[in-house]
Design a protein around this ligand. Structure first.
Ligand code: AMP
Length: 413
């Protein structure tokens, strides 16, 4: 299938070609015709599937009729509202709208928390057809009257499951109440719990369901490895693996932002360039950290699950679960950052004896055991550090360099 057969006009096709896309991804092929036809769409698609273009391209096509060069803000009301759970995702979605909509004469803006309101107010005042927002900051603007949604015809709820996890649904409801019931609604979610299905019924009208990726599925070209290790020695094992496997770009997940910050500074002190990205850092700091990582200036980006959502880092070779997530679905989200679009990737999990429950949950969900690899010097209970070590203590100690060898499976896990 080619993009030409989807009903998009020539200038949009040219923008798609400029992005280097030669054929639509499955979610694009499945969703675009329905969105163009004005239907509500309920789509099961994760980040990395091309879901943004699946809604942005047909929305831009439908919006073209409203393009105009008038200076009056009244001629540029918000016609499309995209709600996203995180700042990073909102920024990326708006960037895609701009790239896909180049030369169409439509305007877009992104608003999210963590930065001053003022520049956002200015952008809104001049008028925008496409508004991408996180729910909290949008409500602030609505409260101040700096934006109106009375003419919004299309609503996109992106990563609805994450908005639910983050407690944004009451905010989303308040926003949706301001929109016309005649709107078109597109609902994207990586996972479909009963709660998500209920929300979909609440927000959508007679939707077409588009499901492309099998639930809980991982890419075939992803290699997963589990290293058993004492919690206190994980950081040193991580350094050992980065050095022996010559890893140059590694995304590392921790459960908490405190752990993310500590681990990044420990790695840095130990000569492995690292930065942390989490909700406590200012937006410019987070963007800078991401850029440094993308450029290859730092080897390791340490992130929490929340902060990582929507990060668009292409061809990421290594993902490390420094700690297993509470929610096994997050394992899928995390390791889905590598092995995208056919590239090979490795997902490493450093698992301490305290994490047996979390590991069970992940393996139950995967319906498979993660292959175990052992680095003898770091096995739990062996060679315990003589002095406190790791990021929590800040002490520097020697590290083992024992060769890794394969073991079939971790018995009983
Ligand atoms: P998304 O799932 O929207 O976050 O997109 C993930 C990545 O896929 C982005 O880097 C897009 O630029 C890229 N992408 C989207 N559509 C296509 C396509 N049809 N062909 C190749 N890459 C694509």
């Amino acid at each position: 299938m080619t993009f030409d057969s989807l009903g998009l006009s020539a200038d949009l096709l040219a923008n798609v070609a400029r992005e280097g896309y030669t054929e639509p991804t499955p979610v694009q092929a499945a969703a675009i015709p329905h969105v163009l036809a004005g239907r509500d769409v309920l789509a099961a698609a994760q980040t990395g599937t091309g879901k943004t273009a699946a809604f942005a391209l047909p929305i831009l096509e439908r919006l073209r009729a409203h393009a105009n060069t008038a200076v009056s803000p009244a001629r540029h009301p918000v016609r499309v509202l995209v709600l996203a759970p995180t700042r990073e995702l909102a920024v990326q979605v708006e960037e895609f709208f701009r790239a896909y909509g180049r030369g169409l004469g439509l305007r877009s803006a992104v608003i999210h928390g963590g930065v001053p309101m003022e520049p956002q107010v200015k952008a809104l005042w001049s008028g925008v057809e496409v508004l991408v927002a996180t729910p909290g900051r949008l409500l602030d603007h609505l409260g101040q009257g700096t934006v109106k949604l009375g003419q919004a015809e299309v609503l996109v709820l992106d990563e609805a499951d994450r908005m639910l996890d983050m407690g944004f649904i009451p905010d989303v409801r308040r926003i949706v109440a301001l929109l016309t019931s005649r709107r078109q609604t597109l609902f994207f979610s990586a996972t479909f719990s009963d709660e998500i299905r209920r929300l979909a019924r609440e927000f959508l009208h007679d939707p077409v369901t588009v499901e492309v990726a099998r639930r809980n599925s991982l890419a075939d070209n992803l290699s997963q490895t589990l290293y058993p290790v004492d919690a206190a020695r994980k950081a040193d094992l991580l350094i050992h693996l980065i050095e022996t496997e010559r890893m140059e770009q590694v995304l590392v997940f921790t459960r908490t932002k405190t752990a993310a910050g500590r681990l990044a500074s420990y790695l840095d002190r130990r000569g492995v360039p690292a930065v942390a990205i989490h909700g406590d850092r200012s937006q410019p700091e987070r963007m800078r950290a991401l850029e440094d990582f993308k450029r290859g200036d730092v080897t390791v980006l340490v992130a929490t699950d929340v902060a990582s959502r929507g990060l668009d880092i292409e061809e990421l070779p290594h993902v490390v679960n420094y700690e297993l997530p509470d929610d096994p679905q997050d394992y899928i989200h995390r390791v889905g950052r590598t092995s995208r679009a056919g590239a090979t990737g490795t997902a490493i999990s450093l698992v301490s004896p305290e994490e047996v429950e979390e590991l069970r949950a992940v393996q139950r969900m995967l319906r498979a055991a993660i292959p175990v690899r052992v680095v003898e010097a770091y096995l739990p209970g062996t060679g315990a550090p003589r002095e406190p070590a790791g990021p929590d203590r800040g002490a520097v100690r020697g590290r083992g360099h024992a060769p890794a060898r394969r073991r079939p499976a971790l018995a009983g896990r």
